[in-house]
Write a protein that binds this ligand. Structure first.
Ligand SMILES: NC(=O)c1ccc[n+]([C@@H]2O[C@H](COP(=O)([O-])OP(=O)(O)OC[C@H]3O[C@@H](n4cnc5c(N)ncnc54)[C@H](OP(=O)(O)O)[C@@H]3O)[C@@H](O)[C@H]2O)c1
Length: 258
C-alpha cells in the first residue's frame, strides 16, 4: 500500500484539544492536510477561528469550539458539535496542557490542582467521553495522548507536571488494554523540548544553550517534528499499535547526563 494511502484520514473526524497554539494547532493542521475533518477546541476562541479559516482556505474541513477541557459539560458540547457537523469523533488528540515551575516545598495546593486538573484529570475525562461515543457508534477509533519526556524522567521544579505526565503514560496503557477489543487504540507521544509559546522564553539565552547541549540531535524540536508520530498513531499505519508511548525528543532521554 502506498504511504499516502496508509496514512490517509479521509472520512475521519478528529477532535484536538489545545488547538489554539503550539503543538495542538500543528496537529490540527496536519490531520486536516491528510483528510480528517477537525474540531478545534481551546479557550481562546479568536485563535481557533483564525486556524479554522486557514484550514478551510487550504481546502480542509474544520470547526472551532470554545471550551475549557476541565469543564466536562462544555467538552460534551464540543463532542456534540463534532457529531452535528461531521459525525462521531474517531480520532481524539488529548493535547491541552499547562506548564509550571516551582519546587515541591513551595508549591501551593492551588497550583498543584491547576496542573493536575488540566494535564491529568481532563485527559482522562476527554478520553472517556470519546471512548463512550466511539463505543455507542461502533466506529472504533484512535486516542492520542500528549505526554512528555518528563513523564519518564524528572527534573527539579516540575513535580506537578511530571507527575501528571507519568499518569498520562500509565493511563494510556490502562485505557488501551480495556478498549483494544472494541477497536479503539490508545497511544501517547512523549515529546522532548519543542519550541512553542509554553517555553519560548524558558528556552532562550544561556539556559537554552545549555539545555540544547543535552540533546543528541543538537537542536530543540519544532511542532512539525511530531507530524510523523501523530500520523502513525492516528491512522491505519498504526493499526496494530496500542498502549505505546512514542518518545520524540532528539535522543534526550537516552543520553546520560553529566
Ligand atoms: N512544547 C514542549 O516542549 C512540550 C514538551 C512535552 C510535552 N508538551 C505538551 O504538549 C501539549 C501542548 O503544549 P504546547 O507546547 O503546544 O503549549 P502551548 O503553546 O502553551 O499550548 C497549550 C494549549 O493548551 C490549551 N489549554 C491549556 N489549558 C486549557 C484548558 N483548561 N482548556 C482548554 N485548552 C487549554 C491552550 O489553549 P487556550 O489557552 O486557548 O485554552 C493551548 O492551545 C501540552 O500537553 C504540553 O504539556 C509540550
Amino acid at each position: 500500500m502506498s504511504a499516502a494511502r496508509i496514512f490517509d484520514l479521509s472520512g475521519k473526524v478528529a477532535l484536538v484539544t489545545g488547538a489554539s497554539s503550539g503543538l495542538g494547532a500543528r496537529f490540527a493542521e496536519v490531520l486536516a492536510e491528510n483528510g480528517a475533518a477537525v474540531v478545534l477546541v481551546a479557550r481562546r476562541a479568536e485563535r481557533l477561528d483564525a486556524l479554522q479559516a486557514a484550514i478551510e482556505q487550504a481546502g480542509g474541513k474544520a470547526i472551532a469550539v470554545e471550551a475549557d477541557v476541565r469543564d466536562r459539560a462544555a467538552m460534551g458540547r464540543a463532542f456534540d458539535a463534532a457529531e452535528k457537523n461531521f459525525g462521531t469523533v474517531t480520532i481524539l488528540v488529548n493535547n491541552a496542557g499547562v506548564a509550571h515551575a516551582g519546587r515541591a516545598v513551595e508549591l501551593s495546593e492551588e497550583e498543584w490542582r491547576r496542573i493536575l486538573s488540566t494535564n491529568l484529570d481532563a485527559v482522562f475525562f476527554c478520553a472517556q467521553e470519546a471512548a463512550r461515543r466511539m463505543l455507542a457508534a461502533k466506529t472504533g477509533g484512535a486516542i492520542v495522548n500528549i505526554a512528555s519526556v518528563l513523564g519518564l524522567g524528572v527534573d527539579k521544579g516540575v513535580i506537578a507536571y511530571a507527575t501528571a505526565k507519568a499518569g498520562v503514560i500509565q493511563m494510556t496503557k490502562a485505557l488501551a488494554l480495556e478498549l483494544a477489543f472494541k477497536g479503539i487504540r490508545v497511544n501517547a507521544i512523549a515529546p522532548g523540548w519543542i519550541v512553542t509559546e509554553m517555553n519560548r522564553d524558558f528556552l532562550s539565552g544561556e539556559r537554552g544553550a545549555k539545555l540544547k547541549r543535552e540533546i543528541p540531535i543538537g537542536r530543540f524540536g519544532e511542532a512539525r517534528d511530531l507530524d510523523g508520530p501523530l500520523l502513525l498513531l492516528a491512522s491505519d499505519a498504526g493499526r496494530y499499535v496500542t498502549g505505546a508511548t512514542i518518545v520524540a525528543d532528539g535522543g534526550q532521554v537516552v543520553a546520560l547526563r553529566a
